[in-house]
Design a protein around this ligand. Sequence first.
Ligand code: FE2
Length: 219
Amino acid sequence: MPAIAYELPELPYDYDALEPHIDAETLRIHHDQHHRRYANDLNEVLADYPGLANHSIEALLWNLDRVPEEIYPLARFYGGGCANHQLFWKVMAPALAAADAPTGALADAIDEAFGGLDAFVEAFTDAALSVFGSGWAFLTTDEEGTLRIEATANNDNPLTDGRGALFVLDCWEHAYYLSYRHRRDEYVEAWWNVLDWATADDRYDRIPESIERFERERH
Ligand SMILES: [Fe+2]
């Protein structure tokens, strides 16, 4: 039996929990089909590399430069697909339960880096709308806590460049097409209602812990 590297995480809420902003059918297909497919494909790619299978999905991306050349493109694509979706589910919550603004250290860092929350939301929205084709928009931090908005193509994840994501927005059409058709701007505007800033606060506060963990898992 090949080692199972990656297990599809369950959604932390019901399929209809994010309505009306993200509809139940989209969420069901997105998680049960798209994310599952990435998980299956990743495990197939890693099946002959048990050394890689012993690490977390984040550590795989963190160590991507050490992945054997013959599986590098697929490990990057499927690994990123798994990690990005996993984080995407985590940072969302039903609109009534989602914290609608950052607090504490992250709020201060956003003020400093972007000149306030409204200016940040506008800049992040622009980045999400500027993703050409399929990709993702991230709020990332480096080891010093410096924030950055990053848009990536396909399934790339900034961890590969040593920066951790505080949250992520899926900009692939499969994330919104059923409800919003081609209108990504309406999807992004609605998505802010289900982004749970409390998860970003928490991730920002745990930067030292995350660095320690990744260093430990470095091959
Ligand atoms: Fe997706």
